[in-house]
Write a protein that binds this ligand. Structure first.
Ligand code: ADP
Length: 627
């Protein structure tokens, strides 16, 4: 129905759809973000009372003007009333500035709190989460949704309270002046309470949909415009495809925007009519009463002035459910993220291991990249929206377990080489030690302590990783190195770089260690990046080293530099190496041969070569060429 013809098609959005309820728990939680700003909020309330109270003064002044000053030709009073007409808005404006100051402080404070909490929480999520979630989606939650959430507290709250207070003040003055006319003016309004409730529901749903589409649009942007994505698009010439993909999503955002704008329009139109009828009725009956001398002309004029002020806030109040419900959507989306549990939780009763000796032990380890449980942000969203649509479809997998019954021990200081065909499970094995993932069964232990019991900071300090792909932040080389140890002195950094055979290269750069690197900085070659990564881990000085040897063949000089750097790095540390070089397997104290997720052979190079098995085969086909 979204493309169903003209504007009228937008008027009848499926109003029967049942969105999630606004429950007490949600409200309490939302309130917990406002509470730290209680003083600011009280200040805001104070200004609301002042401004709303002042709102009824001008009509009162008008009545005095018409009923007293003019008939009695009292020039002095006329002047006073005139000054009042200037003074009231002046004070209102000044208090308005104060209100603005308080609301923005509360609002921005809440944004800050939410952002920080989200960031802290997301940082703790596992690798599994980040592989299952689009970066753009996350950015969206940290930006638009957080902003929307603060709008709920400041914007909506201020408008609801302002309106209520205004209406009360106006009604009091009106009732005091002529209660029958007042009843006449508001008689039809109760009729609108029930439709308002329905409109609120629908609007909330549409808003939620719109935000989801917005988030998807951000995700596409992020994918297309980061350096790797842009490169890929260019190399494959897929501009049209990407443009279409983006346009499709942007079109959804557009349509939902229109839809949102149109929700409840019939309702609001009807509400507008009621105020017109109300005003007409008041003029007619009120005029009659003036003619009958039941009320003064001033009262009627005051009524008409008050009426124009009344209907706006009154319909806004009937509508406040709608507004409030809408603004809660952002909070819900933020809470959704905060409620995601990390599947690599902090240990409840941590066991410290430092100073670690560095024994690494796998006992009967089973691991699976399962996705039969809810994973990532998109999945959460899907799950919330269509709870009865069945579980999220599991990812297709060639075999049930990525690792099955894997056991081995690396004694402190030993070099253990993991070898096996591609897809065997070597990388997966290496991921389990620093807890990028947790095992499904069995135990991975360091110094006899289950890694799941080791405090995160200690685990991170104990295990160092050199991957094939080196990620550098957009910062200076020095800062990138210092990331491993923030308190490292300049001489230590240089020593590490020397050990990694990269110092000379860095020194030769015009800006030396201050050269900016990273995605948008100086382009280091693959081999140089590798050596920076090695220097970084040397600085960190972990007891256990996970090493994923590069498969891409570098030139022999680069190879030799890296090889030498690695040897220095591995010396004295327990090393788990995903080995591609003959020199590494030769030097290994033991070689673990993995195939299809299982350990199929185990031993030293000599014993394994003597045995006619998978290792021998790999040795003949893979390693010889690299040597
Ligand atoms: P290797 O490092 O030996 O080449 P991996 O440990 O990378 O092998 O992969 C082992 C198996 O796990 C492969 O079948 C691979 O397809 C699968 N796998 C790896 N990463 C994931 C992931 N994030 N989600 C699902 N399956 C994965």
């Amino acid at each position: 129905m979204m493309h169903g013809g003209g504007w009228w098609s937008y008027l009848s959005y499926d109003e029967e759809q049942e969105p999630p309820k606004v429950d007490r728990a949600l409200l309490r939680r939302v309130w917990s973000y406002g509470r730290p700003y209680l003083r600011g909020l009280i200040g805001v309330m104070f200004t609301i009372f002042v401004i709303s109270g002042l709102g009824v003064v001008p009509p009162l002044i008008i009545r005095e003007l018409v009923d007293v000053a003019l008939p009695e030709k009292d020039l002095g009073m006329l002047t006073v009333l005139g000054l009042g007409m200037i003074g009231v808005p002046l004070i209102s404006a000044l208090v308005g500035i104060l209100q603005r100051w308080w609301t923005s402080r509360v609002g921005e404070g809440i944004i800050f709190d939410l952002r920080r909490e989200l960031f802290d929480h997301l940082q703790r999520m596992s690798l599994r989460f980040f592989t299952a979630t689009k970066t753009g989606e996350l950015m969206n939650r940290l930006n638009s949704d957080v902003t929307g959430a603060q709008q709920a507290i400041t914007g909506t709250l201020v408008s609801i309270v302002s309106n209520i207070v205004s209406v009360m003040a106006i009604l009091i003055v009106m009732f005091d002046a002529e209660w029958r006319l007042t009843l006449l003016a508001v008689a039809a309004l109760p009729l609108f309470v029930i439709p308002a409730r329905r409109v609120a529901k629908v609007l909330r749903q549409v808003t939620q949909d719109q935000m989801e589409h917005n988030a998807s649009m951000s995700a596409i942007l992020q994918e297309a415009f980061n350096v790797s994505g842009a490169l890929l698009i260019r190399l494959f010439g897929r501009w049209d495809h990407e443009s279409r993909r983006f346009a499709d999503q942007a079109a959804l955002v557009r349509d939902y925007g229109v839809r949102r704008a149109m929700v409840g329009r019939r309702f609001f139109a009807a509400l507008g009519l009621v105020s017109a009828f109300g005003t007409a009725a008041v003029f007619w009956v009120g005029g009659f009463m003036v003619i009958q001398d039941e009320i003064t002309l001033g009262t009627l004029v005051m009524f008409s002035a008050l009426l124009t002020q009344l209907y706006g806030p009154l319909s806004a109040i009937t509508n406040s459910r709608v507004e409030f419900a809408t603004s809660l959507v952002s909070f819900e989306r933020v809470f959704e993220v905060l409620d995601l549990e990390t599947d690599v939780p902090d240990p409840e009763q941590p066991i410290p291991i430092s100073p670690a000796k560095g024994k690494v032990e796998f006992s009967d380890v089973y691991f699976r990249y399962q996705s039969d449980e809810v994973e990532g942000l998109e999945a959460v969203k899907r799950w919330r929206r269509t709870a009865d649509a069945g579980p999220v479809v599991p990812q297709a997998s060639t075999r049930e377990w990525a690792l099955e019954d894997v056991s081995f021990v690396a004694a402190p200081g030993e070099l253990v080489a993991l070898v096996g065909p591609s897809g065997a499970g070597k990388t997966t094995t290496s991921y389990l030690v620093p807890r990028l993932y947790d095992v499904n069964q069995g135990v991975v232990a360091i110094d006899g302590v289950d890694v799941r019991r080791i405090p995160f900071e200690e685990l991170a300090a104990t295990v160092g990783v050199v991957t094939q792909e080196t990620y550098l932040f957009h910062d200076t080389i020095e800062a990138n190195l210092r990331y491993a140890r923030p308190d490292a002195g300049r001489s230590e950094i240089e020593a590490a770089a020397r050990a990694a055979n990269i110092h000379d290269m860095i020194s030769a750069l015009p800006e030396g260690y201050q050269t900016l690197v990273g995605e948008r900085g100086y382009r280091l070659s693959g081999g140089e990046k590798q050596r920076i990564a090695i220097a970084r881990v040397i600085l960190k000085d972990p007891r256990v080293l996970i090493l994923d040897e590069a498969t891409s063949h570098l030139d022999s000089r680069s190879e030799a530099l890296i090889q030498e750097a690695l040897e220095k790095l591995m010396a004295g540390r327990t090393t788990l190496a995903i080995a591609h070089r003959l020199s590494t397997v030769r030097a290994a104290h033991q070689i673990i041969v993995i195939d299809e997720g299982r350990v199929v052979e185990q031993g030293t190079h000599e014993t394994l070569v003597a045995h006619d098995g998978l290792y021998r085969q790999l040795y003949e086909t893979q390693f010889e060429t690299v040597a």
